[in-house]
Design a protein around this ligand. Structure first.
Ligand code: BGC
Length: 287
């Protein structure tokens, strides 16, 4: 009975999604052509989808990566026809020296930056606090939050004097939903939210917007163990009002809109792209 209902709900959600896709960002001119965009962690998962979405808008895209140069090179080759230009920039965002070098490379190629997507991140090993390794805990914070700060700092050095720019942090529903076993990850995502609000206050008077894009459960490698397992997938779907796991393109489409003038009055906030995970659908019964 439950399985039947789940199937019907998923079918309904899929057809709603197909209908929604008729109104996609391809129909709009977001005026991102030629814009200089850096996506950290840009060669996999959500980052790769965002790189593709900006390239489809004919932006110039810099793909930051820390591993798999061959994947990055393959992406760059694929995108060369649509994107204004593609850079491949190796840098560990948690290291200030490597971040500074990466921005110097952007300066010499493009003379500045218009959009920073702070996307690089890890979730870390699942561990209850009293079993967690302190170094592993800190590493999650160093990459997810410290790395985003280092990149934002370099970006703002350029955006504030040019009096324009957009910084989007990829946070998560876990900036507001607690997640047992992932205290470092959840703390880093909540931290990204408050950092965005604070930087938005600082940079707003200079015409620079800073915000978070907060995805829910999106089908990428980071959570493949869950959505590839039928029980895991069913549990995940029970937590999503729209009854389906998101696709990277759901997030990437919103990233390009938020980076564009369409969202020119949006700053210091988080935009949730979560199919209603933060709507707590478990409360559709009981409570
Ligand atoms: C995590 C995913 C998880 C989702 C919903 C995301 O931030 O990266 O692994 O499925 O949150 O819990």
């Amino acid at each position: 009975m439950l399985a039947l209902c789940t199937g019907i709900c998923v079918d309904a959600a899929n057809s709603a999604r197909e209908a929604d896709q008729h109104a996609n960002v391809d129909d709009m001119d977001l005026k991102l052509s030629g814009r200089r965009v850096l996506v950290t962690g840009g060669n996999s998962g959500l980052g790769a989808a965002m790189v593709r979405a900006f390239a489809a808008e004919h932006a110039r895209v810099a793909i930051n990566y820390v591993a798999h140069p061959e994947l990055t090179a393959a992406m760059a080759t694929q995108l060369r026809d649509s994107a204004g230009e593609v850079l491949q920039l190796a840098a560990d965002v948690s290291r200030a020296d490597e971040v500074a070098t990466m921005f110097a490379q952007i300066d010499s190629a493009w003379g500045g930056l218009d959009v920073l997507i702070n996307n690089a991140g890890i979730d870390g090993e699942r561990a209850l606090a009293w079993e967690a390794d302190a170094a592993a805990w800190n590493r999650v914070l160093q990459i997810n939050l410290g790395g985003a700060f280092l990149c934002a700092r370099e970006a703002l050095k350029r955006m504030v004097p040019q009096r324009s720019g957009v910084i989007i942090n990829t946070s998560s529903v876990h900036e507001v939903i607690a997640w047992s076993g992932y205290s470092a990850y959840s703390a880093s995502k909540a931290g990204l939210s408050m950092m965005a609000k604070t930087l938005a206050q600082e940079a707003g008077p200079y015409g620079v917007r800073v915000l978070c894009l907060a995805p829910g459960a999106i089908r990428t490698a980071i959570n493949a163990a869950v959505w590839k397992d039928p029980d895991g997938q069913q549990d995940l779907i029970s937590k999503i009002a729209l009854g389906r796991v998101g696709e990277p393109e759901d997030v990437a489409g919103m990233a390009v809109v938020l980076a564009s003038g369409v969202a020119g009055y949006v700053t210091g906030t988080s935009v949730f792209v979560d199919g209603g995970m933060t709507d707590y659908p478990a409360f559709s019964h009981g409570g």
